[in-house]
Design a binder for this molecule. Sequence first.
Ligand SMILES: CC(C)(COP(=O)(O)OP(=O)(O)OC[C@H]1O[C@@H](n2cnc3c(N)ncnc32)[C@H](O)[C@@H]1OP(=O)(O)O)[C@@H](O)C(=O)NCCC(=O)NCCS
Length: 158
Amino acid sequence: MSQRKVKQAEEMVNWNLVFPNQANPSGNMFGGDVLAIMDTTAAMAAKRFSENQVSTVTVEAVHFAKPIMVGDNIKTTAKVVAVGKTSMIVKCDVYRDDQRGGLLKCVSAFLTFVAFDYQRQPTLVPQLDLSEEDKEAHQMALVIKESAKKRAEEFSKI
Ligand SMILES: CC(C)(COP(=O)(O)OP(=O)(O)OC[C@H]1O[C@@H](n2cnc3c(N)ncnc32)[C@H](O)[C@@H]1OP(=O)(O)O)[C@@H](O)C(=O)NCCC(=O)NCCS
């Protein structure tokens, strides 16, 4: 039987400038547009880690903590912090650049992806060699996964 590869996760980083068509009349960036950037960046992190195609399965614990405005430079980071057999949980954060060398965290979420082989069947992902700095996010991801599973079970009954 072939062994699962063990590897470290790589952080994906993506910069965007916020345009008026991504915002409401007050100049506040739409949540859906932020989520689209987060989904893409997180998918890239999951794809790089799994070395396969991926699909989003869940987006959990989304928190729009601070507003993002038209004209802001925003930095999105994404990294695999937990894995199952075929699934990966990616922590994704969006920061606003204050133009003075500082970054303010505005949005955060945990996204789950499943890896697919070329027959579009869920396929094994490598095991994660977890870094010290990601241990807290890993624990948080496991708690979120557990509560999401329970909620999905409950929702399937209604
Ligand atoms: C992804 C998909 C194939 C999973 O189907 P499924 O029948 O649940 O498959 P499985 O039961 O084999 O589960 C596969 C993995 O997904 C995980 N998973 C499934 N539902 C989940 C949920 N609600 N929350 C967290 N993980 C979930 C399972 O735990 C399993 O992970 P593991 O192998 O690490 O243990 C299916 O849900 C799908 O195709 N969804 C649509 C995806 C999509 O269109 N996304 C948007 C565009 S990218």
